[in-house]
Design a protein around this ligand. Structure first.
Ligand code: ZN
Length: 245
């Protein structure tokens, strides 16, 4: 009986240690970008898992109307399916980052598979929008020493986030998404929202509406941008933020 209790405690401690090591701000597995300078009144708005028309396009319209820029961490398979949307992101002055070819959990891939997933995505981005990216956000925020050293070896800067995820993929109402984000924003915050769902090509697959519909994220984006402007924040892209560090 005692050994079972000890094993349970050890397993529990391992789980806590793992959760801590994998938390977005943890630097245990190597350096990542978590936030920008704390002395500047600016934030970076980032969108993962797209492109996912028409929602990504609607977000671009909000950004344009509000005259702010964001960073899109795109999934290669969706870039190949919707190149025009990625072209629009680049043309609008938004930054583009790599979020792997098929939203892979990088920890389970070997270095060659990581290279292939990232380089295939880079090639799709370049074909679609004529730009090269050097920033990567690992899907699920999952990383370890091997993943991060491989990203560095390939010349990428891994980018995490500082505002806790708003769980916008569960499709809560816009006001809820906005509230979950706004309460944590401070100088240098990196915010994550999702304009897609793991790079799923929704037009091609028969998926339930809520899997692909990001209308609530579009509306939340508008609320968040307006509120942060009122608080005096400027919006920078991740590459702009990196230049200041
Ligand atoms: Zn993702």
């Amino acid at each position: 009986m005692r050994i079972v209790a000890v094993l349970a405690i050890v397993a529990g401690l391992f789980f806590i240690a793992y959760e801590w090591a994998e938390s977005p701000a943890s630097q245990l597995f190597g350096a990542t970008v978590v936030h920008g300078p704390a002395n500047l009144r600016e934030v970076a708005l980032t969108f993962d898992d797209g492109p996912n028309p028409p929602y990504t396009n609607a977000i671009l319209r909000v950004l344009k109307t509000e005259r702010v820029h964001a960073t899109f961490f795109v999934v290669g398979r969706a870039v190949a399916a919707y190149p025009a949307t990625v072209r629009m992101e680049a043309r609008d002055g938004d930054a583009i980052g790599n979020h792997t070819w098929n939203h892979a959990h990088l920890i389970v891939l070997d270095p060659q598979q990581i290279d292939r997933s990232l380089q295939r995505t880079d090639a799709a981005i370049e074909k679609a929008a004529g730009v090269r990216t050097t920033i990567v956000r690992p899907p699920f925020g999952a990383r370890d020493w091997l993943v991060l050293s491989e990203l560095r070896r390939l010349g990428y800067t891994p980018v995490m986030w500082s505002v806790p995820l708003a769980r916008d993929w569960n499709d809560p109402p816009p006001a809820v998404i906005a509230r979950r984000v706004l309460r944590y924003v401070r100088n240098g915050s990196i915010i994550v929202l999702h304009d897609g769902n793991r790079g799923l090509v929704c037009a091609r697959e028969h998926l339930a509406t809520h899997v692909c519909d990001r209308s609530n994220v579009v509306a939340a984006t508008r609320i968040i941008v307006k509120a942060l402007k009122r608080r005096g924040y400027r919006f920078v892209t991740i590459p702009q933020m990196l230049h200041q560090q």
